[in-house]
Write a protein that binds this ligand. Structure first.
Ligand code: B12
Ligand code: SF4
Length: 474
């Protein structure tokens, strides 16, 4: 039996937002446990007041704890460059103390950053690319068998070979959701410290937006069978905590019949929940059903209301699809107000190559949504509020846009970071010659000001929002 410890960037304990365990580690850990290995999830946020301590103190604490745990393998997860910096800093402190520990990393950022990560972090033994179950199990099994843990036989890893060159082994097909063991809730350290629980009903996305890296980990959309969902939800319900469920599927609601069945399951559970979808995917007529099942908040990735922008982002391809996109957005906001659900619309404009006309169209549409929402509130007597979140555009490693930075520059986009520094986010500065940075900032402010924050909406946001990690973005 190998002893495997997973640890992560700590979440900040703040008065807004809740602590949320890592589903990534619960899933990977459950898989290892089911194959006879011992798993410990170390979450600093349940041990330390992460807000009151500096990053140095937190790292020292983590090193002490990992030495106490004395694992054979340490697994770290990296979603964004900030996690990469954390991984680098932790390993720099840990490696001299534990020279024989096998340290591996994985995740949606680590996967496309495998080579720069290994080049920059000498103490990192391997990056497990994509879904990590098969790779980490092979490493644990090899330790158990007394074999060299990292090598060409391990599927889906990048590592330094004997010649010191970075090698990539081919991946094995990941286990189907139904082949995974039941949710390993017993692995959660201090379950009462958490208030939010991430839960997946599917993985992957059939769309292919140019700014998104979902396909890096999950190239196919795969739905968890309903029987399996029922068993996991029952398990979570029987666990006895009133977690707020964060349905973390990148795209919920693709199939109307399935949505109805999932609503029936969630309606029988103790949980309220939030979900994420696209305006043109979720059926607005199913909003009352979702509300009855406990849905309080829906995040819609609207991104823009300009045909040109949405086409560039590959969110829509034809005028007809675009018109439907806008109609569905209108129906979603009205439907949410009537069903007492708080909608959040994410807005990505300005994106590389945008014009002032793109911004004008989006803003005018948001104003239209605002008017529709207020009118719907007056009619229905419900006032769950609504939010428009304006994001500063980032080039996400693994996305098509990141892989075509030359093309982005040709559109007039600029950024201040050095793309060869994998540990920094590349954030859009000037979107185009027409939209310099200051214009973009004004637009973000104008969009964010359109929020309608009501007491119900605010309370929902507070309880459903996970705390952000210490160290943040950047
Ligand atoms: C939960 C979550 C969070 C939680 C994490 C809580 C926690 N304690 O873990 C919180 C709230 C902290 C969070 C924050 C952010 N998040 Co987030 N988050 C998610 C979410 C919804 C689910 C993650 C998850 O549990 N997936 C399910 C598990 C099973 O999949 P997985 O994590 O990919 O793990 C598999 C493989 O990747 C691999 N693997 C992963 N790690 C490891 C480690 C090892 C050792 C091994 C062997 C394998 C391995 O094996 C796993 C099993 O197959 C994802 C979307 C998604 N659907 O994945 C976004 C997502 C990861 N988040 C994202 C973003 C952008 C953010 C924020 C920047 C948001 C913000 N604006 O502040 C911050 C990041 C700040 C930071 N410094 O980390 C993006 C990342 C895109 C990108 N590459 O930039 C995602 C993909 C959402 C999206 N499509 O936009 N997030
Ligand atoms: S942004 Fe959303 S809809 Fe587009 S590919 Fe990513 S997950 Fe799918």
């Amino acid at each position: 039996m190998a002893r495997v410890c997973f640890s992560n960037v700590p979440l900040l304990k703040t008065c807004i937002g809740g602590l949320c365990p890592s589903l990534t580690f619960i899933q990977l850990g459950g898989y290892l446990q089911a194959h006879g290995h011992e798993v410990i999830i170390h979450d600093v946020a349940v041990e330390l007041d992460t807000q009151a301590h500096t990053m140095d103190e937190i790292l020292d604490h983590m090193v002490r704890r990992i030495v106490e745990i004395a694992p054979d393998i340490l697994g770290l997860s990296a979603k964004v460059p900030a996690d990469g910096r954390f991984t680098r800093d932790l390993i720099a402190r840990l490696r001299p103390t534990l020279p024989g520990l096998v340290i591996i990393a994985g995740g949606i950022w680590a996967t496309p950053a495998d080579v720069p990560l290994l080049e920059a972090i000498e103490g990192l033994d391997a990056v497990v690319r994509g879904e990590g179950e098969r790779g980490v199990l092979a490493i644990a099994d090899r330790i158990d068998a007394g074999e060299v843990p990292i090598g060409p036989e391990v599927p889906g890893i990048s590592y330094r070979d004997e010649a010191g060159q970075i090698s990539q082994t081919p991946s094995a097909p990941p286990p189907r959701p139904e082949a995974l063991p039941p949710l390993a809730l017993d692995l959660m350290p201090s379950p009462d410290s958490y208030t939010i629980f991430p839960f997946l009903t599917s993985k992957g996305c059939p769309f292919d937006c140019t700014f998104c890296s979902e396909k890096v980990i999950f190239p196919q959309h795969i739905e968890t069978p309903l029987a399996r969902l029922e068993a996991d939800l029952k398990r979570l319900d029987d666990f006895g905590r009133d977690y707020y469920l964060w349905l973390s599927d990148p795209l919920f609601g693709l199939d109307a019949q399935r949505t109805e069945a999932i609503c029936a399951l969630l309606g029988r559970s103790r949980f309220d929940f939030l979900l994420e979808s696209r305006v043109d995917v979720l059926r607005p007529q199913q909003l009352p059903l979702l509300s009855e099942a406990g849905c309080e908040v829906i995040y819609f990735g609207l991104e823009s209301a300009s045909f040109e922008t949405l086409k560039r982002l590959n969110k829509v391809r034809t005028r007809a699809a675009f018109e439907r996109y806008l109609d569905m957005a209108r129906a979603q906001i009205v439907g949410c107000m009537e069903a007492d659900i708080t909608p959040i619309f994410g807005v990505l404009n300005p994106v590389p190559g945008d014009t002032l006309e793109d911004l004008r169209l989006t803003y005018a549409f948001l104003k239209e949504l605002e008017a529709l929402a207020i009118d719907a509130c007056h009619r229905s007597g419900e006032d769950p509020g609504f939010h428009f979140y304006s994001f500063q555009y980032r080039f996400i490693r693994g996305s098509d846009d990141f892989n075509q930075l030359d093309e982005m520059a040709a559109r007039g986009a600029t950024w201040l970071q050095d793309p060869s520094d994998a540990f920094r986010d590349i954030v859009l500065h000037d979107a185009s010659p027409e939209i310099p940075f200051e214009v973009a900032m004004d637009f973000h402010k104008k969009v964010s000001a359109l929020v309608r924050s009501t007491p119900i909406g605010f309370a929902r946001m507070r309880r459903s929002f996970p705390s952000q990690p210490k160290g943040g973005l950047g």
